[in-house]
Design a protein around this ligand. Structure first.
Ligand SMILES: [Zn+2]
Length: 504
């Protein structure tokens, strides 16, 4: 069965990064504060408290609608979705039902089959976040649960896609592109814990659809989908049926689990929210000026700095990374733009991921200085990577900042090179024998070559007998002795010379 048979649609809930909640003045900056400290009669749902719509949250939602090519409806309205659950103190959630803010639209991703792929959107609507339950004990034998209403009333947008994705990888790309777009629009902060939650609909063509609820991380989405596709394929292979059901993703074990079926059968008894008027905001959308979005910035990076398509895609796929690149490369594009492009895309991102650090931890000025050392031939690429690792470790461990040059000198990573001629180095009388000897003794590459040739007589013999692999073995030892400070091509050349002398 090919991946083409897999059908995935996503419902993505994103917290809008406003200062206050959707229907009251409570601050949304709750994460570092104690439970139930950002609450008032409105978001606690006390009788008689009236909601007042936060204008900024509607403006943010319309920015998203415009950027995602949706049509804002002439009239949209809020509805009550009635259900009882402890995280929902009012026993209803204010959301949008049959008249959402916007419909249609699309987002382009780099598809599995190469080239741009358009993922169509069904709708975007605005709603309030419920509170949060904190379970003590485990899921099977929970001791008790605590409820925190700080999150209740935080503005959310729900972006619903059409079932246009064909693999977990495409779903991840869709989410990454969506996240980047929302961040470029300055309406969303992906670094905030729980700011994005996803429900995924997955089916194998011709079978029933399964909904996996409440996946709360980007990595979780790909894992949950991969698990679910395997589960469904295995059922079909055994001749069984896939049941239409709702399942939950267990983040820690990476599996999905069936939810009790009663929960799905709810009748939410939607009706228009009587305390809020319908929205007529269509004319407002024309006045919204969008900033440069990821695709436009990617094209600009290719034209302005000569980035490759892949690097430009990587760099602009994250707002912070794109800003960092421009902070390093833009002041003098002729000097550093190309080097910064490859160093950030091929080295820095990997080193950051390895340490679970974000780009915010890197000082652009320090990174620029490091690239200047490499560009100016003060250290080799390998030495530069060593310096970068020390910079990142220092930051991670909270130790005082040290400049790249200081690290280079402290660790003795300054590039060494042989400036004397090979004849001088290998015994052919120079103008002054004393001078040649002194230089030889103080030059780390030549010292290393001499030491390795003396210390590895077996490998030298092998080389003399024609074993080519022995040469690389010797180079490896010399590089190790010079701790990556030597230029490999120079080592190759000098070693060849030295071996020739021995062979004579
Ligand atoms: Zn409140």
């Amino acid at each position: 069965m090919t991946e083409d048979h897999v059908i995935v649609g996503l419902e993505v809930h994103c917290q809008l990064d406003t200062k206050s909640k959707l229907f009251c003045g409570c601050s949304t900056d709750y994460r570092s504060d104690g439970p139930n400290t950002h609450v008032c009669p409105v978001c606690l749902g006390l009788p008689g408290a009236m909601p007042v719509l936060n204008k900024r949250s509607i403006e943010y939602a319309m920015r998203v609608a415009k950027a995602l090519n949706c049509s804002v409806l002439h009239e949209s309205e809020f509805s009550r979705k009635n259900y009882f659950y402890p995280d929902l103190d009012k026993a209803y959630q204010i959301t949008q039902y049959d008249k959402p803010l916007a419909e249609g639209g699309y987002l382009e991703i780099d598809g599995d089959e190469g080239g741009e792929k358009r993922i169509r959107l069904t709708r975007i609507h605005v709603e309030e976040d419920p509170g949060r339950l904190v379970h003590r004990g485990n899921t099977e034998r929970g001791k008790y649960s605590l409820v925190d209403y700080n999150r209740a009333g935080i503005p959310l947008i729900e972006i619903v896609s059409e079932p246009d994705m064909r693999s977990p990888k495409e779903a991840r790309k869709f989410l990454n592109k969506l996240r980047a777009t929302l961040e470029y629009l300055s309406v969303f902060d992906s670094e905030k814990e729980g700011s994005l939650r996803v429900d995924a609909n997955i089916s194998i063509r011709g079978s029933e659809r399964v909904e996996v609820k409440n996946i709360s991380s980007y990595k979780g989405v790909e894992k949950a989908l991969t698990f679910e596709i395997t589960r469904q394929k295995n059922l079909l292979r055994r001749g069984q049926k896939v049941e239409r059901e709702t399942r939950h993703f267990l983040e820690t074990s990476g599996i999905t689990q069936s939810s009790r079926s009663k929960e799905q059968e709810h009748d939410y008894r939607y009706f228009p929210e009587p305390d809020l008027r319908p929205l007529h905001v269509q004319s407002w959308v024309d006045g919204i000026v969008l900033p440069e979005l990821p695709d436009a910035r990617r094209e600009r990076f290719i034209v302005q700095y000569g980035c490759s398509l892949n690097h430009a895609r990587t760099l602009t796929g994250d707002l912070r990374l794109a800003n960092f690149y421009e902070a390093v490369g833009a002041p003098d594009p002729a000097n550093l733009a190309t080097l910064a492009d490859t160093w950030i895309s091929d080295t820095l991102i990997g080193e950051l991921n390895y340490r679970d650090m974000s780009i915010d931890a890197v000082d652009p000025a320090g990174f620029t200085e490091l690239l200047e050392l490499v560009k100016g031939n003060k250290c080799t690429d390998k030495g530069g990577i060593e310096i970068l690792r020390v910079l990142l470790d220092t930051k991670k461990q909270g130790r005082p900042y040290e400049t790249p040059s200081a690290i280079m000198d402290r660790l003795n990573l300054r590039k060494v090179s042989v400036t004397i001629t090979k004849e001088m180095a290998y015994g052919v009388p120079a103008k002054s024998g004393v001078e040649a000897t002194l230089t030889i003794q103080s030059n780390p590459i030549l010292t290393a070559i001499t030491e390795v040739l003396t210390g590895q007589p077996g490998a030298v013999d092998d080389f003399m007998k024609g074993k080519k692999g022995a040469f690389n073995f010797l180079v490896g030892h010399i590089m190790k002795k010079t701790r990556g400070c030597a230029d490999p091509s120079e080592v190759n050349q000098l070693l060849t010379e030295a071996l020739k002398k021995r062979g004579v």
